[in-house]
Ligand binder design. Structure first.
Ligand SMILES: Cc1cc2nc3c(=O)[nH]c(=O)nc-3n(C[C@H](O)[C@H](O)[C@H](O)COP(=O)(O)O)c2cc1C
Length: 177
């Protein structure tokens, strides 16, 4: 099983990236992680047709058994770079590579709410693309920057909570649910 891991933040010291890498590094046995740099995608413009990098992104989603997305919240919503990426991959509408694709969403923030508003907006969009958003309690990492040192995420309570969700997500994919 392979999970495509996407970060909604591009910066090197991103706490979202650190949480994502923590997940990627602690997957159940037999499960591998792949990555795609969504910062390499152009701004969405239908006039561009099918740029090679967009086709590569769509192929990576298609090939994955599921997606793990960890995103920060920007101004109460999904960061533009992540929205841009999912907009590219969302075509053709209702028949895109997202259709029936299992997706696990987690969010981070420097504040107390852990990006939960961005998470809700992201799930709303994914549902509109007929993705299979994994139903679970919201996976949020508040005060995330304080839980990352030298790019490594560490917070035992959150790690346990996330680990349980990831295990259940993988199990649901394996069972075809
Ligand atoms: C443009 C911008 C908008 C932000 N808006 C929010 C917000 O609405 N809610 C929030 O909790 N944090 C907000 N933040 C703070 C982020 O939670 C914080 O910068 C976080 O570390 C970004 O995630 P990253 O570490 O993965 O890059 C914002 C940050 C930026 C740069």
């Amino acid at each position: 099983m392979n999970l495509l891991c996407l970060s909604g933040s591009l910066r090197a010291a991103s706490s979202s990236r650190a949480v994502l890498e923590h997940i990627a590094g602690h997957l159940p046995e037999g499960v591998t992680a792949s990555r795609f740099d969504i910062g390499s995608l152009p701004h969405y413009n239908a006039d561009l047709g099918a740029p090679e990098v967009v086709e590569a992104f769509k192929a990576a989603i298609e090939a994955a058994d599921g997606l793990v997305i960890v995103t920060p919240e920007y101004n109460y919503s999904v960061p533009g770079v992540l929205k841009n990426a999912i907009d590219w991959a969302s075509r053709p509408a209702y028949a895109s590579v997202f259709k029936h694709k299992p997706v696990l969403v987690a969010s981070t923030s420097g504040g107390a709410l852990g990006g939960v508003r961005a998470q809700a907006h992201l799930k709303y969009s994914l549902n509109g693309m007929l993705a299979r958003v994994f139903p679970w309690q919201e996976l949020v990492v508040p005060q995330a920057n304080q839980k990352v040192k030298d790019g490594v995420f560490s917070d035992p309570a959150t790690e346990a909570f996330i680990g349980e969700a990831v295990a259940a997500f993988v199990e649901s994919i394996a069972a075809g649910r």
